[in-house]
Design a protein around this ligand. Structure first.
Ligand SMILES: Cc1cc2nc3c(=O)[nH]c(=O)nc-3n(C[C@H](O)[C@H](O)[C@H](O)COP(=O)(O)O)c2cc1C
Length: 150
């Protein structure tokens, strides 16, 4: 199983966190690829078996530009069955905004509507996200290691 970590960023936070998570998972023996969503055709999702999405939110609850094509694909695409896919999501945002972490919430909703399975509950991070993901990542590592043994 190769895990695909996909990030959507505007100013680099989600990219940095995705790379940090990729390195920490690698150190745990969990092979992974880290990519900007803008560099991966959304159609590729049909080849993936497990993904982690790390994305910020912009505008009035909108995806960052990098993630907008993926969002449109999952929201509006016809006949997409993702029942083969496991996913986990970290949203980055700021509680100051009324649509806190909306992009991560939307990905969660659309992936689940398409039949994909959440590996664990989505994490919505406020500012200072560096201090908020460690417990979530520990849980993800346990779940992924269990999957490796299946
Ligand atoms: C213009 C602007 C609009 C934003 N809109 C939202 C929003 O609607 N909801 C939210 O939770 N965070 C919002 N944020 C906060 C960012 O999502 C947050 O700072 C995030 O860490 C940025 O990550 P990035 O560097 O990967 O893009 C906004 C930030 C800016 C600068």
């Amino acid at each position: 199983m190769i895990l695909n970590i996909l990030f959507g960023t505007q100013s680099g936070n989600a990219k940095n966190l995705a790379n940090t998570i990729g390195n920490l998972l690698e150190a745990e023996g969990i092979e992974n690829h880290v990519n900007n969503m803008a560099d991966v055709d959304p159609d590729e999702i049909h080849k993936f078996t497990s993904i982690v999405i790390v994305t910020s939110t912009y505008g009035d609850g909108e995806p960052p530009d990098d993630a907008s094509e993926w969002m449109s694909y999952l929201k509006f695409g016809e006949v997409i069955n993702l029942s083969h896919l496991n996913y986990a999501i970290i949203g980055l945002g700021d509680r100051y905004y009324p649509h806190f972490c909306q992009c991560g919430k939307d990905f969660d909703q659309y992936l689940s509507k398409r039949g994909a399975h959440a590996l664990l509950d989505r994490l919505d991070c406020d500012l200072y996200f560096e201090e908020q993901y460690e417990d979530w990542l520990k849980d993800l590592i346990v779940v992924l290691k269990n999957k490796q043994q299946e």
